[in-house]
Design a binder for this molecule. Structure first.
Ligand code: ZN
Length: 323
């Protein structure tokens, strides 16, 4: 994510008329391809800088930001060194004066952080659980998001295509606060009763709407009612995610009962089914989240759960937990 942000920033600050030239710096076993500026002194400098990293054995990604002001170029390299679950970001900054042909190096800065969402230091020892919310978005979804954001906890929302119109801002909020958005079909039909073209339409129209609002296609499908048959498996171009803990929030609307049920069943790798359209569910989260955190659980999205459990999700296959 960070390198992408930096690349975008870099493109913003670049002189518009300047044409970037793609060049590759390479040695026998490694190459770094990058746009260059077409300004000889600076390109040479960048090339020699990149060459230093070509000769190392480490896994490294580099990009840079170059801002021009009259004769001065402010050039900053961002080196991302990957080792295990850690990323080390070394930042080297230079001021290049093309008039006097001089280069000044500014004291380097270095940051270290966890590769994914800054939280999975020792994944083997962490217990993980994925909260999932179906049937939204609606007016109540914000209440659920308030609680998740308060505890800085990610979750997965399986949204209905038919509910997206006029609730686009809620999807955007989910997306910007690190929630995962999955596909729960367009109109919540019992899909097992329908033919493949209707199933496909229900799935595709929802994926397209999610993309229109968030700029990202969903990668997970939860068919309405969790119903699955061979037609649905064949038609789904995504893994099918069900659950192994059903909170029955739709039935009882009782936050105490919902939280008790989750807390009595919760285990490592579980996927919890809830619905963001109920107030009782939002209230239950205020009990569930701190208690499970006390028990040593980390909350993750469904995709993160399978990633950390090293399960490769396959299209058209059904998953109810990651153990
Ligand atoms: Zn549903």
């Amino acid at each position: 994510m960070l390198p992408l942000i930096i690349i975008s920033l870099m493109l913003l600050v670049l002189d518009r008329e300047k044409t970037l030239e793609n060049k590759t710096v390479y040695s026998e076993n490694k190459e770094i391809s990058y746009p260059f500026f077409g300004i000889e002194e600076i390109d040479d400098y960048i090339t020699s800088y990149l060459n230093e990293y070509i000769t190392t054995d480490e896994e490294v990604l580099i990009d840079y930001d170059c801002i021009k002001e009259n004769n001065l170029y402010y050039l900053t390299f961002y080196n991302y060194l990957f080792s295990g679950n850690k990323i080390k970001n070394n930042i080297d900054s230079y001021t290049i004066n093309t008039k006097y042909n001089s280069i000044t190096k500014i004291a380097p800065v270095s940051y270290e952080y966890d590769a994914i969402q800054n939280k999975m230091v020792d994944k083997e020892k962490k217990k993980m659980i994925a909260l999932t919310f179906d049937d939204g978005p609606n007016y109540n979804t914000n209440k659920v998001l308030d609680v998740l954001e308060k505890y800085n906890v990610p979750a997965t929302f399986f949204v209905l295509g038919s509910k997206i119109k006029d609730n686009e801002h809620i999807l955007k909020r989910m997306s910007s606060s690190g929630m995962e958005i999955g596909n729960h079909t367009y109109s919540h039909l019992l899909l097992t009763k329908y033919k493949e073209d209707k199933i496909k339409e229900e799935i595709d129209s929802t994926s397209n709407l999610i993309f229109e609002v968030t700029g990202k296609y969903p990668t997970l499908l939860r068919p309405s009612y969790g119903s699955v048959n061979s037609k649905i498996k064949k038609t789904a171009d995504m893994p099918i995610i069900i659950w192994d803990i059903d909170t029955l929030d739709w039935k009882y609307h009782n936050s105490k009962r919902i939280s008790k049920r989750v807390l009595s069943k919760a285990g490592d790798g579980d996927i919890v089914l809830m619905h963001d359209i109920y107030s009782a569910t939002a209230n239950a989260l205020n009990i569930i989240i701190p208690e499970l955190q006390n028990r040593g659980y980390t909350f993750v999205t469904v995709s993160e759960l399978f990633y950390y459990k090293e399960v490769n999700l396959e299209k058209g296959r059904v998953y109810g937990y990651a153990k």
